[in-house]
Design a protein around this ligand. Structure first.
Ligand SMILES: Cc1cc2nc3c(=O)[nH]c(=O)nc-3n(C[C@H](O)[C@H](O)[C@H](O)COP(=O)(O)O)c2cc1C
Length: 188
């Protein structure tokens, strides 16, 4: 099979507990960003940006996750789990959407599609480079403290992509849907 298609057909998400060092370095993160920029984007608005959390910054993210968990009413054990989710991944990348809601030609839904397409290209590029990861959001994205920590004015905290080297091959799983069931010819 064509190797590019093979890459697309073998990408799977992998959670933080299966991600180890080495993490994508600057060169890899840049190639992933380049791939994101090649995704469909009406008006070339680039309605997204990535914020990389790595090294010592992971402890700051863990503290921010702890605070958010406590604000959400979690107990100490629950907050510690959230802190672990921030500290464990080799790299965590926040995905921020920055939509131009007053754009005369490109409505919001098209800009959201561009954000999703960029994310898909970003994850596929990580996979092509030998890394794995997973996009995560959860109630945390609605926490005012975390939003303030990551977002500029008008931006939306979409979530965080955890990234690293896969510690194990992806588990086999049932297909989401049969490919032949999600397309059809247009008939009268
Ligand atoms: C914007 C966005 C947010 C997501 N948030 C979560 C999440 O909080 N928790 C989770 O388990 N999966 C979340 N997912 C789904 C996973 O990233 C992943 O796509 C899903 O587990 C299916 O695995 P696959 O990518 O291998 O098909 C999210 C996906 C997207 C696109």
């Amino acid at each position: 099979m064509n190797t590019s298609l093979q890459l697309l057909l073998t990408r799977h998400s992998l959670g933080a507990k299966h991600l180890v060092d080495p993490a994508p370095d600057d060169a890899a993160l840049n190639q992933m960003a380049e791939a994101a920029l090649h995704a469909p984007d009406h008006g070339e608005l680039v309605p997204y940006r990535f914020v990389v959390v790595r090294g010592a910054a992971r402890e700051r993210l863990a503290a921010a996750f702890t605070a958010a968990a406590l604000r959400a009413g979690k107990d100490e054990a629950g907050a510690a789990l959230d802190a672990e989710r921030a500290a464990r991944p080799p790299v965590t990348v926040a995905l921020l959407a920055r939509l131009d809601l007053g754009h005369p030609q490109v409505p919001a839904h098209e800009q959201w599609i561009a954000v999703g397409a960029a994310l898909a290209n970003y994850l596929n590029a990580a996979h092509a480079l030998g890394f794995a990861g997973k996009m995560l959001s959860g109630a945390k994205v609605r926490d005012a403290g975390l939003q303030a920590a990551f977002c500029g004015p008008g931006e939306t905290l979409v979530g965080w992509v955890v990234l690293g080297t896969p510690a194990r091959p992806p588990s086999t799983r049932a297909a989401k849907a049969a490919a032949r069931d999600i397309w059809q010819d247009w008939t009268e």
